[in-house]
Write a protein that binds this ligand. Structure first.
Ligand code: ZN
Length: 133
């Protein structure tokens, strides 16, 4: 998402302070409704704007348009980072050679230490041992 577009929406949004319809925002910024929705969503996630029951968008901060755009960019980076961290953890989980139950429980903050004897990893380890014996 480009920072200039974020800022142009923020600029219209903060002007005269009154809530704006998305039609108005779309007209003033020249952005497609889809793009606009996307941007407004970022503002909401950053706590800078809110959609009212009427469907109008109200700015929720005294910050400047630039500051709102910056906050939305930062928020977006944080979400991206969180997603990639989750993905890494999923990959680790998929590739773990250890007990899956232990991996999961530790992920959720439990200090369980396996092996549980029931997950596919534990069963594979047991099968290997049985073959060796
Ligand atoms: Zn296990």
């Amino acid at each position: 998402m480009d920072a200039r577009q974020l800022e142009s929406v923020a600029t219209v949004l903060v002007s005269r302070g009154a809530p704006k319809t998305s039609e108005h925002l779309s007209r003033e910024t020249g952005l497609s409704p889809r793009k606009l929705t996307n941007i407004l969503h970022k503002f909401e996630e950053a706590g800078a704007a809110r959609k009212l029951a009427s469907g109008q968008i109200r700015v929720e901060t005294q910050q400047s348009a630039t500051a709102i755009a910056d906050a939305a960019v930062k928020q977006q980076e944080m979400v991206k980072e969180m997603r990639s961290r989750r993905l890494e953890q999923m990959q680790e989980y998929a590739e773990t050679r250890g007990c899956r139950r232990e991996y999961l429980l530790r992920y959720f903050g439990d200090d369980y230490s396996g092996p549980c004897g029931n997950c596919d990893r534990c069963e594979a380890a047991a099968a290997l041992q049985a073959r060796r014996a």
